[in-house]
Design a protein. Structure first.
Ligand code: CO
Length: 208
């Protein structure tokens, strides 16, 4: 990749934006008021804003390998705290994607060094849903289902946080589980039954 080209692209982009609206950057600099927190995978093919069709300022974004929300990950926890408590977003989305390399790696037994503890979080998802996953004899179906179940479990991790539980009590607030299908470009709503999950999760994780 020609890094200099990126700066040329940037100049062209500035020109494009100003052509449409001469106050574009002036307005952008006034502050942000996103209504959605998007937690997705770092995969270079899954570009959050582009696949959702949102403009700068509309979505608060957090990305890491395999769209994880580990309970002790200071980065993910800080992003959720900031987005929900201060930006007061009404939606938190965990968006996975089929053919996720992180999920694939967690399904294999290779020692990947520093990645091991990260991928172990996905292995935990496999363990929780082992029965359902092992019943799928087709490797590709199992891989896809683990992507979906991982999204579901990361949504549960979002709901475990005190700030999200407070938001549920105090205002209109929703957590969504989505999957991006790289093969078709489609964004799929997993329509996770959060009332059911909430009931189960709250029994154990309820925070005042
Ligand atoms: Co991925």
């Amino acid at each position: 990749m020609d890094i200099q080209q990126i700066f040329k692209n940037n100049q062209a982009w500035i020109k494009d934006k100003l052509n449409v609206d001469t106050h574009y950057f002036e307005n952008l600099s006034k502050g942000q008021n996103p209504d959605i927190l998007y937690i997705g995978c770092s995969d270079s093919r899954v570009s959050a804003e582009e696949l959702m069709g949102v403009a700068p300022g509309e979505a608060f974004i957090h990305r890491n390998i395999a769209n994880m929300v580990p309970n002790s990950d200071l980065s993910a926890m800080s992003v959720i705290e900031y987005a929900v408590k201060y930006l007061k977003v009404h939606h938190v989305v965990v968006c996975g994607h089929y053919y996720c390399g992180g999920v694939k790696a967690a399904m294999e037994s290779q020692d990947l060094g520093i990645l091991n503890p990260w991928l172990r979080n996905i292995r935990d998802v496999y363990r929780i849903h082992k029965e359902e996953l092992n019943a799928l004899t087709d490797e590709d179906s199992r891989y896809k289902r683990l992507v979906e179940l991982n999204v579901q479990e990361q949504c549960v991790n979002v709901i475990k946080t005190a700030v999200v539980q407070r938001a549920f009590r105090e205002r209109k607030f929703t957590v969504h589980g989505w999957v991006f299908d790289i093969h078709s470009g489609k964004l799929i709503d997993l329509k996770i039954d959060f009332n059911d999950i909430l009931e189960h999760v709250m029994e154990i994780y309820h925070l005042d």
